[in-house]
Ligand binder design. Sequence first.
Ligand code: GLY
Length: 411
Amino acid sequence: MVSTDVSITKKENIEWAKKVVAQIVKKEAKVAVRSKDKFPYTAVDGVFDDQTSKNPCWWTNGFFGGILWQLYGLLEKDPILAEDLDVANEYKNIFKEVAMHQEEKLDCNFMDYYGMDHDCGFKWLLTAHASELLTGSSKSHNRVMLAANSLAGRFNPNGNFIRAWNDKTGEKAGVVIIDCMMNLPLLYIASEEDKDPRFAAVAKCQADTTMDWMIREDGSAYHIGVFDPEDGDLIDEPGGQGFGPGSAWSRGQGWGLYGFTLSYMHTGCEEYLEFATEMAEYFCSHIPSDCRIPVDFKQPKDVDYTDSCAASIAASGLLLLSRELRKFDDKKAVSPISQAEYKSDKYEEIAFKLIKYLIENDSDLDEEHDNILKSCTASYHDKEHEFPIIYGDYYLIEALLRYIGEETFLW
Ligand code: GLY
């Protein structure tokens, strides 16, 4: 377990993080120009690949746009993080133009029924929702509502869940995954924006089903729950992208601790905060002393596959949970969440250690290279492990901005 002792002060940490952010702003301005037409997923030798033709509906196709909107929002608030005001304006124009282009590129998804899965949240929160927040675009709002409608349409009232993936055989009709917790804000936001409670009602059902069936007593999560799509009975809980049935896929743990925090924020339901905390406790108590996060907390001892995405997602989620626990404590409510203030401090410190580990040990800040993180793993049983993945970069940037208090909140 990671010690929560910090040898340097928060102020110094923020100064350090701001310097890193300034480097990232400069780097991403170059990346945005040379990769503007790409939907990047990974990078080879520092050059982004492009999913545009081979996989235009891939679930990660919103993350590049998300990075650009985060940096645009940052420079709106704090232009000093670029060299000077002129440079800040130049970068902002680049970030905005490319992010809008990325959002438009996603429009073909709306014409592909089988390309529209439960990952509508990842795709359109970070693009269209970001754009509506930062520019007030009504076209972007339209996209948010179309995406939310599609996500809500995946709800199965037989088992109170959102179907994750598509097929034409019905084999996947009852598949639910922990990752879906991160897509639910699209539904909460659609309800909030259009004053229509249908969307949030669906989101709450999915959060409740996840809470009831997919989280174990010790706070670890199943990646996948397979339900009978006719009667809603739980049939199976296979290993999914983790090591195996009963194991603890670290990225799933990150999705869960972050996703339950988001459902708490949108609904005020304290049980979600409790589950977020239980999942965070599990994650934090399994972080190795060197902060190198395994792909699965229960992977065999002689396997050392790591997933930096899990680390960056958890870092960002822990910072948010820390903030919510601090507010919760401030409310002086009769707390079902023991020691909220203590845990708030602990999660913030651990999140910072993860960020620092990633920047110092697994990041490429060279402006001529497209990716930042180097050692992400999509799935334990894949042939390839430890390569760049775009969402690792998104969450690392989000975590850094959250730590310095400069993020645009997109969930
Ligand atoms: N949402 C799929 C994954 O985390 O790989």
